[in-house]
Design a protein around this ligand. Sequence first.
Ligand code: ADP
Ligand code: MG
Length: 239
Amino acid sequence: MAAISFSQVSKAYADGHLAVNKLDLDIADGEFLVLVGPSGCGKSTALRMIAGLETITGGTLSIGTEVANDLSPRERNVAMIFQSYALYPHLSVADNVGFALKVRGEKREVIEEKVKAAAAMLELDKLLSRRPGQLSGGQRQRVAMGRAIVREPAAFLMDEPLSNLDARLRGQMRAEIARLQRASGVTTVYVTHDQVEAMTMGDRVAVMNAGVLQQLAPPRELYDRPVNLFVATFIGAPP
Ligand code: ADP
Ligand code: MG
């Protein structure tokens, strides 16, 4: 687990487009932080900078006590959970969950133990011998989370993980992800363009527009005291 801190962090793409503009954002150790804003406002760019999948063109990003600007993705020890959770279709749930540990060269007993613990937390115990094709969308999502949990990452990074699910399952998974995060206590940055997800899931919500952080506050405060018309309109609060 680790705190994540952006200090005046910017990202200018090669074409000169400033996707993230001097972002100041301190995410506490163990916090569930939701980054929300309209399409194209720079959410994924900010998340990818934490993961080390995008270079930082200005400012300082820290993960834990370390300046992360020049660390490789592996050195950052954060787990990105993507939109389309690419599970290996030919492997069982157990082997999918344990995959990263096997690649790391962990002993079989250690892998089994960690997979078992993750499966218990995610209620996947009875599904361990199935293949992804034999699972529902929600179950697959939990397997994807299991793959991240066994690595014991410093943080979970999620980029619109529910956008491929139908409305009913999305509602269910919102609660599920929030519960799991609280159970694991792992610092989580959750990106979405969905106001309902932001307002129901986050300890705090960071609202972005056009690369600029507009407001950082708990959901209730955003609703009661939006700092500007953009936040009020976007959140759907009375201005
Ligand atoms: P969001 O996730 O909020 O929809 P992104 O972070 O994906 O936004 O993109 C922010 C802005 O940066 C958008 O205007 C997008 O078109 C632009 N952008 C994203 N990736 C690149 C890239 N590789 N090169 C140039 N511009 C990019
Ligand atoms: Mg995005």
